[in-house]
Design a protein. Structure first.
Length: 185
């Protein structure tokens, strides 16, 4: 990749760009961990598949805390256990608080804390992507309870687990994947 003022920069593609894709934007981003990413915004001429007139494979989903989701097929999806990652993050944050702000050791520990945050974020996103992709590809019609995720997080008690469940993110992912796969949502 070539950038003005910087010149040629070697990059590694996460996946190949489609042959018929037209690159619209490129965003260069630096994560708190110190890693750099180039995000390509592309436009493809593909139209999503048409939604079936009479869907045969239908499912209803109810989200919760103890089990992440229950569906009408009787499947209960376990909630993601991030307790070990949270403990590592807390330990790293305690170590950071004991360092002299602005020192070289503080900066090293700040990066460790950022990596722990990234671990939590990546594991949660991976779980949500896989679950939403499963429902979007396996079913013709997906119904989800009308959920006020923001209101639930604001309720007293257990809000950390509710926020960590990321129901709103799951619903957003499920919606766009259903549109992409031609599934009723």
């Amino acid at each position: 990749m070539w950038l003005s003022k910087l010149g040629e920069i070697p990059i590694t593609f996460h996946r190949d760009l489609p042959d018929d894709a037209e690159i619209k934007t490129v965003t260069v981003k630096r994560e708190p961990t110190g890693k750099w990413y180039a995000i390509f915004g592309v436009e493809t001429p593909d139209d999503p598949p048409e939604k079936p007139e009479n869907p045969e494979r239908c499912v209803g989903i109810d989200v919760g805390i103890l089990k992440y989701a229950h569906d009408t097929d009787g499947t209960a999806v376990e909630s993601l256990d991030l307790s070990e990652e949270r403990e590592r993050l807390e330990r790293a944050q305690r170590d950071l608080s004991r360092k002299q702000h602005g020192s070289a050791n503080w900066e090293k520990q700040r990066r460790v804390v950022a990596e722990r945050h990234a671990d939590l974020k990546n594991k949660r996103r991976d779980f949500l992507h896989k679950l939403s992709n499963y429902y979007a590809t396996e079913y013709d019609f997906v119904a989800v309870e009308n959920l006020d995720a923001k209101g639930l997080v604001e309720l007293p008690g257990n809000s950390r687990n509710r926020a960590g469940a990321a129901w709103g993110t799951f619903l957003r992912m499920l919606k766009y994947k259903c549109e992409r796969e031609g599934t009723h949502f």
